[in-house]
Design a protein around this ligand. Structure first.
Ligand SMILES: [Zn+2]
Ligand SMILES: [Zn+2]
Length: 82
């Protein structure tokens, strides 16, 4: 058994790196990177949703600002530590 996340390497009780695949969603407690909460919580527009589904390039708009809004929403809700 390991006390560090085997994806991002954070220690027990610490927050994961942003968008670590092991992070749990504080809204549904599912896997954060694959749950659909981002669409509901941020009320994404069809264009933003499409960009997200295709995961075009998160270094560029519109995903860049979508991710920023998502991180803000997660922090407000309270992110789930490892
Ligand atoms: Zn992690
Ligand atoms: Zn969720």
């Amino acid at each position: 058994m390991s006390n560090t996340c085997n994806d991002c390497g954070c220690s027990q009780g610490e927050l994961h790196e942003t968008f670590c695949t092991k992070e749990r969603c504080p809204f549904c407690l599912g896997q954060l990177v694959s749950c659909g909460c981002i669409s509901k919580v941020l009320s994404l527009s069809p264009a933003e949703q499409q960009a997200l589904d295709e995961y075009i390039d998160d270094e560029k708009e519109p995903l860049l600002s979508v991710n920023e809004r998502w991180v803000k929403a997660l922090n407000q809700k309270g992110r789930v530590a490892f």
